[in-house]
Design a protein around this ligand. Structure first.
Ligand code: GLC
Length: 549
């Protein structure tokens, strides 16, 4: 029987630079991360997604790569990387790495050579134009960049860049560039990675400005990547960052021969609208508009990640509703379409609501993502620029610098949060490990329970209609075993009717009563003769259903 490990993985994303510093220079490194693997294994995660760790001038947090075949010397060496992979594998943890090949850094030797003009063999690695259209609608970072073209004096032409001007787009229509990309993949696969997060996938196959693009269908490159991957590693995967409309999703999965996984941006945005409205309707709609996907394909569900919470698929009014609920001040918003906050501050640190949100994201059809710091309820630092606000260093203990580094505080790669309710003095791993009622212990319980319920990851799912619009209820089934989850998005407790499910078949496996942090009303045992189920304000209840035959 073929299994798809990624369908029931627990993915944890982190940036090596901000996770753990082993040598006291103020910058996280691979040795530091390797020392934390027991912590991660203990948390129950079994797949790591590493943000870019390659040499980079860091205009875009490492998403501007100047050498695809090395580790940024500030973070360690290739030797440290291999040891990290080995130690991860020892603990049953797979590693995905970011593949950032829509663009390079302007400091990449290919670009430096390409600027010398047509005589350079790298000139056609990039996309050039003599009369470019600014095309502001295609700019990925509106409010920061105005055009997708930048004039380069040395080249005497403009180069394409969907992102910052320091990130020139590669010319994917050039077969030599495709070969380079496969070679990069081959390198990291040989070093033991279990796949790649394909950064900016829609831009990678976008034809804008590419002269040769018409010669073949760029989308087929996704198939080529997959074929190459499968030839080199039996179970490695491609996870694409593709925030696209529902009709574009099949481009990435196709017949199950392109990407195995996609970030679920559509559900993420509809989830936040539902949370803001305290009404499940838009979440249901968000799920219903997803096209069905091939049997080997999977969604990656997330609450927040390292970028802004983008709301670009929602209408202006809907965006405003979410801003009003979760980011009312302009300083909390970014790019005119997103939020640069972590979840706890968005929810005024209301533990009930934060738990319910993660519980919901973990049960939605797909594989869940946890981002470093989520598990301890870390906050953000709005005094930092742009998306840096949600990229502060990990808070390990109440030692100086939150235990992240022994460097002097002004040498830290990014400041630690040291003030207020999210300060490292109280929000940290060591403290929360000792407190049985902590968010960390709750999260561990959530992760373990989720891993015991593969139905959520690989089951057939259906939405259960209830009589309460604030309650989202759904069932997931594999091989005749079914799990059911109920989430109350509102701040009012209620009794919800689940007319399809007789109670004698339900056994509770997880709920907000499991949280030891609050003295709150316990749920009464289910009354066998009723279809009514009590649920607290921002409550959640998971059930396993015994056979109804
Ligand atoms: C992706 C990354 C983001 C980066 C951009 C350009 O969207 O998630 O952080 O800025 O690509 O590489």
């Amino acid at each position: 029987m073929q299994t798809f490990w990624y369908k029931n993985a627990l993915v944890y994303s982190l940036d090596v630079e901000t996770f753990m510093d082993s040598d006291g220079d103020g910058i996280g490194d691979f040795r530091g991360l390797t020392n934390c693997l027991d912590y991660l294994a203990g948390l129950g995660i079994n797949c790591l997604w590493l943000l870019p760790f390659y040499p980079s001038p860091n205009r875009d947090n490492g998403y501007d790569v100047m050498d695809y075949y090395d580790v940024d010397p500030r973070l360690g060496t290739l030797g440290d990387f291999v040891e990290f992979i080995h130690q991860s594998r020892e603990r049953g943890i797979r590693v995905l790495v970011d593949l950032v090949v829509n663009h390079t850094s302007i400091e990449h030797p290919w670009f430096q050579s390409a600027r010398q003009g047509k005589t350079s063999k790298y000139h056609d690695y990039y996309v050039w134009s003599d009369n470019p259209e600014p095309n502001p609608a295609l700019v990925a970072f509106p409010t920061v960049e105005e055009s997708i073209w930048e004039y380069d004096e040395q080249a005497g032409a403009s180069y394409l860049h969907h992102f910052y001007k320091e990130q020139p787009d590669l010319n994917i229509a050039n077969p030599k560039v495709q070969e380079e990309i496969l070679r990069i993949m081959g390198f990291w696969l040989e070093l033991g990675v279990s796949g790649f997060r394909i950064d900016a996938a829609p831009f990678l196959i976008e034809e804008v400005g590419m002269e040769n693009a018409h010669l073949f269908d760029l989308k087929q490159f996704l198939e080529r990547m997959r074929e190459f991957l499968a030839n080199r590693s039996a179970d490695a995967i491609l996870l694409a960052e593709a925030n696209v409309s529902p009709d574009q999703i099949p481009v990435y999965f196709d017949e199950g021969n392109r990407m195995q996984m996609l970030f679920n941006f559509l559900v993420n945005q509809n989830l936040f609208l539902a949370l803001a409205r305290q009404d499940a309707a838009t979440l249901k709609e968000g799920l219903k508009i997803l096209p069905s996907i091939p049997h080997n394909a999977q969604w990656l569900n997330f609450v927040r990640h390292h970028d802004e919470l983008t709301l670009d698929r929602l209408s202006d009014e809907q965006q405003q509703e979410i801003f009003a609920a979760f980011a009312p001040e302009e300083s909390m918003q970014i790019f005119g379409r997103g939020i640069r906050r972590r979840l706890p501050p968005m929810m005024q640190n209301d533990r009930r609501r934060i738990e319910m949100t993660y519980s919901l994201a973990f049960t939605l059809p797909g594989t869940p993502l946890v981002r470093y710091g989520d598990e301890i309820g870390m906050g953000d630092d709005l005094s930092l620029e742009g998306r840096e606000s949600v990229r502060t260093v990990m808070q390990w203990s109440n030692a100086a610098n939150g235990g992240f580094s022994k460097a002097s505080p002004d040498a830290l790669t990014r400041p630690v949060i040291s003030k207020g309710e999210y300060g490292y003095q109280q929000v940290n791993v060591a403290f929360e490990q000792r407190d049985p009622t902590s968010f960390l212990n709750w999260m561990e319980h959530l992760i373990i329970t989720r891993r015991q319920c593969p139905e959520f990851g690989s089951g057939k799912w259906r939405i259960l209609e209830t009589d309460k619009s604030a309650v989202f209820a759904h069932a997931c089934e594999v091989d005749k075993t079914t799990v059911i989850a109920l989430h109350n998005l509102s701040d009012q407790s209620c009794i919800v009717n689940l007319p399809e499910i007789p109670h004698q078949h339900l056994m509770e496996i997880f709920s907000d009563n499991f949280s030891l942090s609050r003295q709150q009303q316990k749920y009464d045992p289910l009354d066998e003769n009723s279809y009514a189920i009590a649920i607290n304000a921002y409550g959640y209840r998971w059930f396993r259903m015994s056979s109804m035959d």
